[in-house]
Design a protein around this ligand. Sequence first.
Ligand SMILES: CC(C)(COP(=O)(O)OP(=O)(O)OC[C@H]1O[C@@H](n2cnc3c(N)ncnc32)[C@H](O)[C@@H]1OP(=O)(O)O)[C@@H](O)C(=O)NCCC(=O)NCCS
Length: 149
Amino acid sequence: MTYQVVPFSAEHIPQALNIERKSQPAPWSQNIFQSCLNKRYFNFALLNSEQNLIGFLISDHIAGEISLMNICIAPEYRRKGLAQILFQQLVDTATEIHAEMIWLEVRESNKPAQNLYFQLGFNEIAIRQNYYPAKGGMEDAIVMSLSLD
Ligand SMILES: CC(C)(COP(=O)(O)OP(=O)(O)OC[C@H]1O[C@@H](n2cnc3c(N)ncnc32)[C@H](O)[C@@H]1OP(=O)(O)O)[C@@H](O)C(=O)NCCC(=O)NCCS
């Protein structure tokens, strides 16, 4: 499969919204994506050979620590190692700026993402109770971190 990783920019937002709606219980809005387009963020877009968006990664960085805000692969492109490729871009960038840690939160029910993060070397740090809106109530978040030392 031919693909390309490029910086995520405003032109990718319409396709990202479409992937989000197919993927997330509480999809991000256009305004949220828009608010992530500043230089505090490291954002990557994954394009197929037709230059269509098939995945993206959004992360924020402050004081040597990176927060993974969102990583999403279009449903028809999953289980092909593409999330790992996007994540490696983040690790390469983090290494360039000598960042020490990557943090994230993941829904307690999201086992595919937890498996991905464990495979990438993240450790479970804490539980934030009732953190995410969910069908019929709220859902816990698992806080995970990866040390880049
Ligand atoms: C989580 C997600 C990003 C994984 O993307 P992906 O490109 O399919 O992941 P990869 O192919 O790189 O998989 C890497 C590893 O993650 C784990 N994994 C991924 N999908 C899985 C699934 N459905 N079930 C179990 N483990 C899974 C596996 O350990 C996998 O390694 P393997 O294929 O060698 O077994 C994708 O399922 C997705 O976009 N989900 C919806 C959005 C989301 O939940 N994002 C994360 C929270 S913000």
